[in-house]
Design a protein around this ligand. Structure first.
Ligand code: NOJ
Ligand code: CA
Length: 557
């Protein structure tokens, strides 16, 4: 048996803290691997790829929702929280999947969507059938409309996905939905809602789930006392803990209840909050009394630029100190344009426009290939990934980034699925381009995703990014990720970071307590430095030089 790596030793010393410096790989189940040729990825597909995940070297997987769903929002419209969508498998398949992953020392995190259910959920169906004034409607947010005939919505609010946030049902009442109209918001003042989510957390914990990712964790509680403010008034209300809809202090009362459930298991179940809140309020979610960890999405919104990266890292490490949690780092997920494309666009307006918005603009303008330098994008993505993997804290990777995938622009309107595309009248291209089924083989039906095609169209260039192509090329992004995760596990150390001055504005360097040193050259000019202790580089390197768009790791032996 090989000697335990540093990360294994840390985990063994404190099993309750496995998540603090974990590499968590996000699976979007419908697009990972299809085992039964219906064009949709499924749980047995994940089980069949357990060795792939183990070879990659991840510590955990986080599964986006695999629950029964009408797919009005890619599964974030949950019809039954304690079951598996029949198109994705069964509970037995889930048990087999978790056993296969645990056998390879990979933890499993599942997604909890507590702000809203699907309109197909039995509670909502019951509420529709039971009619106005019924107890069943109390579990959601129903109101009578305004105007003489009640045919105007209770407020003129817009949903997060565009379009109105109130929808009228057949008997004339209206219900509130923060997202799509198929996602009615739950009423968290109702005891049934509390009880049911506690039951769901126990259900999956009992099935061996190690942790939870909490969807829009900052939106659950609301103060909808009348009169409701107008959209214009709402926009003026400070988000300071008492806002009617967002980031209310009382949401943490829910997480205190959940914390008791998490801590009743051994080791305690972990949780990470998806909370789009002002940074000053992130530590509330990340504290040990609340969810324990929170996503930091700053890098999703940053350019590939040294000053921005440095500021984001320093700032988030200070925030993590305040909460006592560890920081999280994310370059891509199922909601944003892939980072290889963000970094590869030829950006004329780069001073003024945030890069992820820019990908949107590029898509809208016809996604001209001449505006995308694919090689540069992938080179910078690799450099950014090695930078991120050297940082203290948890790294969240999104399926396909290890293949160097770009955003898929070539999706015809009639094949798009994301509700944001439809609810904005195609103004926003939405998130389908990062959710295209993975290429496992360089050829064949759906590039090895399955035998029955893919539910979103795969472009021809997927061939050269397939797992098979990556396996064959020692310099591939896939092999770089494998080496990086192996080295990271070996070098993992205490959570401190010390900046090393480089004498250049476009070169960052930091050192971890055991001497593990990361140098990233964000510029074009090679950076001269002693590289004799190099253990890894994101690009082919020359002794004594860190080329442009490159990260190297240095370590003692
Ligand atoms: C955040 C999820 O990440 C996103 O995919 C989803 O559409 C919304 N929450 C609504 O559940
Ligand atoms: Ca399938």
């Amino acid at each position: 048996m090989p000697a335990p790596s540093a990360i294994e030793q840390l985990a063994a010393a404190d099993p309750a803290s496995w998540w603090r410096q974990a590499v968590v790989y996000q699976i979007y189940p419908r697009s990972f691997a299809d085992s039964n040729a219906d064009g949709i990825g499924d749980l047995p597909g994940i089980t069949a790829r357990a060795d792939y995940l183990a070879d990659l070297g991840v510590d955990a997987v986080w599964l986006s929702p695999f629950y029964p769903s009408e797919l009005a929002d890619g599964g974030y419209d949950v019809a039954d929280y304690r079951n598996v969508d029949p198109r994705l498998g069964t509970l037995e398949d889930f048990d087999e999947m978790i056993a296969a992953l645990h056998a390879r020392a990979i933890k499993v995190v599942v997604d909890i969507v507590p702000n809203h259910t699907s309109d197909q959920h039995e509670w909502f169906q019951e509420a529709l059938a039971a009619g106005r004034g019924s107890a069943a409607r109390e579990r959601y947010i129903f109101r009578d409309g305004l105007g003489e005939y009640g045919d105007e919505p209770p407020a003129d609010w817009e949903s997060v996905f565009g379009g109105p946030a109130w929808h009228r049902v057949a008997d004339g009442q209206w219900y509130f939905h923060s997202f799509a109209k198929e996602q009615p918001d739950l009423n968290w003042d109702h005891p049934d809602v509390h009880e049911d989510f506690l039951k769901t957390l126990r259900f999956w914990s009992d099935r061996g789930v190690d942790g939870f990712r909490i969807d829009v964790a900052h939106m659950l509680t609301k103060d909808l006392s009348e009169p409701l403010p107008s959209a214009a008034e709402l926009a003026e209300i400070p988000v300071d803990g008492n806002h009617p809809l967002l980031d209310r202090d009382d949401v943490h009362e829910i997480y205190a209840e959940w914390r008791k459930v998490f801590d009743s298991y051994d080791p305690p179940r972990s949780a990470v909050a998806e909370a789009w809140v002002h940074f000053d309020r992130v530590p509330h979610y990340a504290s040990a009394e609340s969810l324990g960890q929170a996503f930091n999405f700053d890098l999703l919104q940053a350019d590939f630029a040294a000053p921005q990266f440095r500021e984001i890292v320093s700032h988030n490490l200070r925030l993590a100190e305040r909460s006592g949690s560890s920081s999280t780092w994310v370059l891509s997920n199922h909601d944003v344009f892939r980072h290889a494309t963000r970094y590869g666009l030829v950006r004329h307006d780069h001073e003024t426009s945030a890069p992820w918005r820019h990908v949107g603009g590029w898509l809208e303008a016809g996604a001209a290939e001449s505006q995308l330098d694919r090689k540069a994008g992938e080179r910078r993505a690799r450099a950014a990934t090695l930078f991120l993997l050297g940082l203290p804290g948890s790294a969240y990777l999104y399926q396909g980034e290890e293949l160097g995938l770009h955003e898929v622009a070539e999706i015809p309107a009639e094949q798009r699925q994301d509700p944001t595309y439809f609810r904005t009248n195609a103004e926003s291209f939405g998130r389908d381009g990062c959710r295209v089924p993975l290429p496992w083989a360089a050829s064949g039906p759906s590039f090895g995703f399955g035998e029955g095609g893919a539910h979103l169209p795969q472009p021809a260039w997927f061939a050269e990014h397939s797992v098979a192509s990556g396996n064959d090329d020692p310099e591939s992004t896939l092999n770089l990720y494998r080496r990086a995760l192996q080295e990271r596990a070996r070098l993992q150390t205490g959570g401190d970071l010390e900046w090393v001055e480089t004498g250049r504005d476009d070169v960052l360097s930091f050192r971890r307590p055991n001497g593990w040193t990361v140098i990233t050259n964000f510029g074009a000019e090679p950076y001269e430095t002693d590289t004799s202790a190099a253990v890894l580089s994101s690009a082919v390197s020359v002794d004594g030089l860190v080329p442009g768009d490159t990260t190297i790791w240095l370590a003692d032996a």
